[in-house]
Design a protein around this ligand. Structure first.
Ligand SMILES: Cc1ncc(C[n+]2csc(CCOP(=O)(O)OP(=O)(O)O)c2C)c(N)n1
Ligand code: SF4
Length: 253
């Protein structure tokens, strides 16, 4: 039998072999999403064109995860940094990676403006329904009744308002001619890869893409494997998993 310490990890070309062990908590969704992203970049042959930006939050732990040009930014500012890179270097396939806090709270004005303008980039938002890095506080997407550090009796929507639904919001404001908007889940990696492929192809052709991925945070949720997946299923029922917008017109760059 092979010594497990000598077994080489099955990494995509777009993943950094020198990064060492993953810094995410065991069972975290970020690793699954990023590995699927890296495999999709490989399959589309975008390794030389892609530029990856990560936000503050647990997404920043991916600062040395990808084997492509990477920039790590202030909280909520990954979107403008990445479209700045893309504007200065036409043909770049810019990817802004963030959590639900980074995208829908502190960075929401950038998200709205980039979507309305149809910036040539992919915004990839991992929705784990809490502020993961800071210890599990309520975020815009915390579900009704969900217990977090700041909602110890469960989220009361009569006080906080209802959870934000990012993909629905972007679908309502994005330019349908050049936008791809979808919500996917790390619970179905094959479907996630299809969505990421469509999103990256649209960016490579000059369009704007927004993909929200339902993700898990077992550390702050305080859930074991079974309960983590049960929670993910509840999220898949609450947040509709589908393609909301596919581009009606393709621009070639
Ligand atoms: C300007 C600014 N405000 C607040 C913080 C503190 N902070 C760091 S991470 C974080 C929350 C991250 O949550 P999210 O974006 O949902 O990502 P996750 O960690 O869940 O992946 C906050 C509020 C910060 N670093 N900078
Ligand atoms: S705190 Fe949550 S989101 Fe952050 S690495 Fe751990 S499991 Fe992942």
């Amino acid at each position: 039998m092979a010594n497990v310490l000598e077994v080489k990890p099955d990494l995509a070309q777009a993943q950094c072999a020198e990064a060492g062990a993953s810094k995410f908590c065991p069972g975290c969704g970020h690793g699954t999403i990023l590995k699927t992203l890296a495999q999709t970049i490989d399959e589309l042959g975008l390794n030389e064109r892609a530029v990856f930006g990560c936000d503050i939050g647990c997404s920043l732990l991916s600062w040395n995860y990808m084997n492509i040009d990477t920039v790590q930014t202030h909280h909520g500012r990954t979107t403008p940094v990445i479209y700045g890179v893309t504007r200065a270097n036409p043909g770049t396939v810019g990817i802004a990676y963030m959590g639900d806090g980074g995208g829908l709270a502190i960075g929401s004005q950038h998200l709205v403006n980039a979507s309305v303008r149809g910036e040539n980039m992919l915004i990839l938002l991992a929705n784990n329904t809490n502020y993961g890095m800071t210890g599990g506080q309520m975020s815009p997407t915390t579900m009704p009744g969900q217990v977090t550090e700041t909602t110890p009796y469960g989220r009361d929507c009569s006080v906080t308002g209802k959870p934000a639904k990012g993909a629905e919001m972007i679908a309502a404001i994005a330019d349908p001619e050049k936008s791809y908007v979808a919500r996917s889940t790390m619970g179905n990696v094959r479907a996630l890869k299809k969505v990421l492929k469509a999103a990256l192809e649209n960016v490579a052709n000059g369009g704007f893409s927004f993909v929200e991925v339902l993700s898990v945070c077992p550390n702050n949720w305080r859930t074991n494997n079974i309960k983590t997946l049960d929670r993910l299923k509840e999220m898949e029922e609450f947040f509709e998993v589908k393609e909301f917008v596919t581009p009606t017109k393709k621009e070639e760059v």
